[in-house]
Design a protein around this ligand. Structure first.
Ligand code: BGC
Length: 765
């Protein structure tokens, strides 16, 4: 668990101060809310109570009729000031006038689309992430939405899993910081504020550990790993006050997550004292039947509600079966009442009873897709880009004197800049890399060739046997929106265009539809003939900068060896092209860092930095942990990312001895040893040498962004109120312990670096 005070380190305090901004109606006190809940509950019929626990997809139902009858507590997928107002007015005609909670997947922006979540996590900048979600909340609520199914806080160690794009990567500490920041951003200081959105931490829990990276697949997670790796971001979200959680699809240790009493009730409600509600994932109550733990929907409904799933998304199981379950005494009324209380509590906290309609067409026009919102998206996109390679300082490129060619199927494709789950984002709002570069270079002509067209990429993936839903082409796939289109989308043409240039910027990657739900991959290579395109352009001898757009690390072994400069851009959102151009030409300095270890090849997966030691740690001889035919090291480690300057780390200081209840303070000096003012992400890792259970080789316990001028150095401090906050682990009986003994500590630029190192003793007697 991440104890509350853990987030009150010197680093976190600044973020908290920045979030308390909006003036809002006074929230009701908890006592007032509890009184109103009980008064309402007393008046409710069985049917009305059940109604509160039912959520339907507004697209597939006669929403207004159901709302008037009080048979539904929530809808998803109804958006827009007019539509949501009409639906809320229908709900207000029901007997008890209980408003509906309107939910929508606002995953990385509503209309102003931000980088995909894995990209914004790469910023290691919770403050900017919070600001981005504030923008998303302002836009979504302007469109009448009051609840987002975000943040997705699933830890993912397997990039074959398409939904790695929706989370914050592999690390529980980074994941917790970002989770809390997103919750603060969505919910603001007061949930009843018309600009605040109820958040939903999902998918509880273990969904990201799907076997083989296959979506919806089972996960087996030992209890200590669950508690130390997969649960912390959820706990952080709960501590940040998240209103709701979503239960996951997968089977977790033999009990599907949507019927898992241990996680939903023992941990979430009892240990963490969560008092909001849990919604099932889409149809996941019914899916207890194909999971094989329920014989029919009636049993499924009973199991899910009893385990702690209060609201049933989409499948109608609660609607159809709860009444009978109560009447036959299989489901106690007290269980039902407790579920209803939790749903009503969030509706009260969200201010829906006092102000059910909080927007209109005028506000929507005013608040959505504003220049100020786009500016935040551009800043977030800049910080999300990770510079992976920059041989001989090829980057930044000069703004004049060199003829630039921009080549690749993603170079001028608007839709694919946005990524998966794009809310009400529109392709036409997006700035492509070609447009961004063209705008940056003013009058100078920019050459362009697609090399391969987007549709052929999507088809190539289908032919190569991608499982699950075939990735859909996501919009603009053809004509150049800017620059000079110089011929057909063939490799031959691209090579000719490259030959006319001094420098080639290649924008390659996955079509956006290849990431996200039901988008697992068995191969992580560049889809279609992109690798061939890259090789033939590199063979011209022109210097090449590769900009990769993808929702996951791809297999780029060839590129890493042969291409001098590589930027991982994820899907940067509507300001993609501007952010990329800012970085390419040095108007911004890269500061993104990898939130996941980047595998060399699929065979290494899972490869993550915070693994346990083995009895035979990796060594160059055969009888140690490793492969005969592949290195054990990832291509790029967790936390890695280059800058246009360099930094050095020294002088780590830490008290030689500390007790678990005493403060832990670590200090180190970081210096900018290069020529550019730039921001570094300074990372703190610890390692316990000996304890009752095998330790992880390193664990991230802090990070801070530091901006330094050339030559400037600064002392960076990490302060924890009690060392136990950083060092606690679980013994074999799952009791939290802080083992006595020696601990190593590093202040470093990434998980594999040596940087500044030291050690200290923990004494418990
Ligand atoms: C996804 C959820 C999403 C829900 C509602 C499901 O398929 O797993 O993450 O929130 O649909 O759209």
């Amino acid at each position: 668990m991440i104890p509350r005070s853990f987030r009150h380190s010197a680093v976190a305090v600044v973020l908290l101060a920045a979030s308390a901004v909006l003036a809002a109606p006074q929230p009701s006190t908890n006592q007032q809310i509890e009184r109103r809940i009980e008064a309402l509950l007393r008046q409710m019929t069985l049917q009305e109570k059940i109604g509160q626990l039912v959520q339907y997809d507004g697209i597939t139902t006669d929403a207004a009729t159901l709302a008037k009858e009080g048979r539904v507590g929530s809808f998803l997928n109804v958006t827009g000031a007019e539509k949501t107002t009409a639906l809320q007015n229908a709900a207000l005609q029901s007997r008890l006038k209980i408003p509906v909670l309107l939910g929508y997947d606002v995953i990385h922006g509503y209309r102003t689309i931000f980088p995909v979540p894995l990209g914004s996590a790469a910023s290691f900048d919770p403050q900017l992430v919070e600001q981005s979600e504030r923008v998303a909340a302002k836009e979504a609520t302007a469109a009448g939405v009051k609840w987002t199914f975000a943040p997705m806080v699933d830890i993912a160690r397997d990039p074959r899993w398409g939904r790695i794009v929706e989370g914050s990567g592999e690390d529980p500490y980074l994941g917790s910081m970002i989770a809390a920041a997103r919750v603060r951003g969505f919910q603001g200081a007061n949930l009843a504020d018309p600009q605040s959105l109820v958040a939903c931490a999902k998918h509880f829990v273990g969904y990201g550990a799907a076997e083989g990276g296959r979506d919806y697949n089972s996960s087996e997670i030992p209890e200590d790993t669950l508690r130390e790796i997969y649960l912390p971001p959820f706990h952080a979200a709960v501590e940040a006050g998240v209103g709701t959680l979503m239960s996951a699809f997968e089977d977790l240790n033999d009990v599907p997550a949507s019927a898992n009493y241990h996680t939903l009730t023992e941990i979430l409600r009892k240990e963490w004292r969560f008092d909001g509600f849990v919604v099932s994932d889409y149809n996941s109550v019914h899916e207890l039947v194909p999971h094989g733990v329920a014989a029919d929907d009636e049993q499924a409904g009973l199991q899910a509600l009893t385990a702690g799933v209060e609201m049933d998304m989409a499948d109608g199981v609660y609607d159809k079966h709860l009444a009978q379950l109560v009447q036959s005494h299989k489901l106690p009324m007290s269980t039902l009442d407790e579920a209803v209380r939790r749903v009503l509590r969030i509706k009260f906290r969200a201010g829906l009873f006092d102000r059910p309609i909080f927007t209109d067409v005028e506000r929507a026009r005013r608040d959505i897709l504003t220049p100020a919102n786009r500016e935040v998206a551009r800043h977030m996109a800049e910080e999300s880009l990770v510079l992976l390679k920059n041989e001989n300082s090829l980057l930044p490129l000069p703004k004049s004197g060199k003829k630039i060619a921009v080549i690749g199927p993603l170079a001028d494709d608007q839709a694919n800049q946005l990524g998966s789950w794009i809310g009400r984002g529109r392709a036409e709002d997006a700035v492509t890399p070609l447009q961004g570069i063209t705008a940056k270079l003013g009058q100078q002509p920019v050459l362009h060739a697609r090399g391969i067209d987007m549709l052929s990429l999507v088809r190539a993936q289908e032919v190569s046997g991608a499982t699950g839903a075939a990735p859909a082409p996501t919009g603009a796939t053809g004509a150049a929106a800017a620059g000079t289109e110089t011929g057909p989308a063939t490799i031959e043409n691209a090579v000719q265009v490259a030959q006319q240039a001094d420098v080639v910027v290649m924008v390659l990657g996955e079509p956006a539809g290849m990431s996200g739900e039901a988008s697992s991959r068995a191969f992580l290579d560049l889809p279609g003939k992109q690798e061939q395109l890259l090789q033939e352009v590199v063979a011209t001898g022109k210097p090449v900068v590769l900009v990769l757009e993808s929702g996951r690390p791809l297999d780029i072994r060839w590129a890493a060896e042969h291409v001098p400069a590589i930027i991982q851009a994820w899907y940067p959102g509507i300001e993609a092209g501007n952010a990329i151009a800012d970085l390419l030409f040095g108007d911004a300095v890269p500061s993104g860092r990898l939130p996941v270890s980047w595998p060399r090849s699929v065979g290494q997966i899972p490869v993550y930095y915070n693994h346990k030691s083995t009895g035979r740690p990796t060594a160059p001889d055969r009888w140690h942990t490793g492969y005969l035919d592949e290195s054990m090291e990832p291509l790029f480690p967790f936390g890695y990312g280059l800058s246009y300057t360099s930094f050095s780390y020294s002088n780590l200081s830490v008290a030689p001895q500390v007790r678990p209840d005493e403060p832990l303070r670590v200090r180190a000096t970081v210096q900018n040893t290069g020529q550019r003012t730039a921001t570094d992400v300074v990372q703190l890792y610890v390692h316990r040498r000996v304890g009752p259970t095998s330790p992880r080789v390193r664990e991230l316990k802090g990070f801070v962004r530091v901006t330094l001028r050339p030559g400037q150095s600064e002392t960076v401090g990490f302060d924890f109120g009690q060392s136990a906050q950083v060092l606690a682990t679980h013994d074999a009986s799952m009791r939290p312990v802080v083992p006595a003994g020696t601990y190593d500590v590093w202040v470093v630029p990434n998980a594999a670096a040596e940087g500044a190192a030291g050690s200290f003793q923990v004494v418990t007697k």
